[in-house]
Ligand binder design. Sequence first.
Ligand SMILES: C[S@@+](CC[C@H](N)C(=O)[O-])C[C@H]1O[C@@H](n2cnc3c(N)ncnc32)[C@H](O)[C@@H]1O
Length: 310
Amino acid sequence: MTVSHLKYMITPQKYKQLPMDLNEIFGNKRRVVVEIGFGGGEYLVAMAKKNLETNFIGIETSLTACDRAQKKIYNEGLKNIRLIIGDARFLLKEIFSHESISKVIVNFPCPWPKKRHKNRRIFVEYFRNTLASSLKEGGYLELATDVEWYAEEVKEYFSKDQRFEVENIEKNFKREIKTRYEKKWDKMGRDKFLIKIKKVKSEEIQRLLKEQEIMPHQKIKNLSKEKLESIINEEFNTVSGKTIIREKFENDEKIILRSITVEKELTQEYYIEIIKRDDEYLIKLDPMTTPFRTPGVKEAIKKIANKVAI
Ligand SMILES: C[S@@+](CC[C@H](N)C(=O)[O-])C[C@H]1O[C@@H](n2cnc3c(N)ncnc32)[C@H](O)[C@@H]1O
């Protein structure tokens, strides 16, 4: 990837103030459409090319997908697309302000049919509340899928909520642009289903991140090597979830701890460093990793400092 590609990526973890100001990001006040799980980016890029007066944001968990899409955006010379890597369910809630999105598109998501994988689905319980806030009144959610029961389930999920109006499921729909998965299923002769859901009533939600937490360095006078060893693989609770230190790396300059913090809607892996400075030790986030600075991450650093101090 060349440096010029990177200008399409947004890293909300680095923003001091959340939700983000989309007008500032795009340099205009045009409507914003979000595609969740854009895969190769074919649909996102083609839509942005056809609708230059609309801003598009693609959210993907896959780095490879983001890389591929960036190359397409760069080759097309488009200025109306940005990409964000991460879990769209969390990002839609935390980084988009109330009524900031005109349309959310989800194309051919994995339905995760097994019960034990249910929480990997896009349409988890809190997602409806997220859309009730971040989608504009009169805005749409559009879902395309090749799985009939999934379309029915999503229809049911929104039908019981007065903040939304669900249109009938359209079987074997035709849209101007086909996604990569759509082409694949078409070739195999599979049915496909399109469901459009209109948001009719807005409701504010409580966001976890308003101002991202400031991360003051923790300082301790003395470090216990035994205590440090004992916290590896120890799981400890924080206000909003739990943290586990998975590994320790050490060189002459610093000790680095690979940490995982699990909060209600977000799991983050990041590094914490311990550095010796004159007559004390500093314990802080490794500057190379950029987790969202949630209350759980902040508390994890404090707790580690307490646990390893003599
Ligand atoms: C089955 S593929 C479909 C790709 C594309 N939409 C298409 O129709 O060709 C689903 C995509 O959604 C992405 N994905 C899954 N869960 C996600 C989430 N919570 N947030 C963002 N992207 C997600 C996956 O990485 C994958 O690329």
